[in-house]
Design a protein around this ligand. Structure first.
Ligand code: AMP
Ligand code: ZN
Length: 124
């Protein structure tokens, strides 16, 4: 398995970002979660929400992670509005969780993309 596909908490870009060891443009932080602007946005608004604990991908979730994922999913619409997404239904936003090679996952720490703003977008 390549290094990229076997990221651990010690060797993980998003663990380092969530811990403040690598700079990012912070959107939100609490004890469990960190959110920051995507470095290569596909849309006028594009940020990522990550758990602070290392979870490799959505495929690695177990039942005990349900509350954490629920927290991410309820935080996403709040942060989307705060970041300037227009309200539903004329505005709205897109949520994407790329998982594994076929899912287009490049960074192997679970992250939720939240994208919004007027179209056209660069991608998607
Ligand atoms: P994915 O393809 O779902 O794994 O997406 C990884 C995302 O992380 C891409 O949209 C990248 O632009 C973004 N990304 C990579 N490195 C950084 C970084 N240092 N700061 C912010 N976003 C990043
Ligand atoms: Zn990590």
């Amino acid at each position: 398995m390549s290094t990229e596909l076997s990221a651990t908490a010690d060797n993980c870009l998003f663990c380092k970002i969530a811990a403040g060891k690598i700079p990012s443009k912070k959107v939100y932080e609490d004890d469990d979660l960190y959110a920051f602007h995507d470095i290569a946005p596909w849309a006028p608004i594009h940020f990522l929400i990550v758990p602070k604990k290392h979870i490799t991908s959505m495929a690695h979730l177990d039942e005990a992670d349900g509350a954490l994922m629920g927290k991410i999913m309820t935080l996403a619409p709040q942060l989307a509005l705060e970041q300037g997404c227009e309200p539903y239904p004329s505005g709205g936003f897109r949520v994407v969780i790329n998982t594994g090679a076929h899912g287009g996952q490049e960074v192997h720490h679970l992250h939720v993309h939240v994208m919004g703003g007027p179209r056209p977008w660069t991608k998607g």
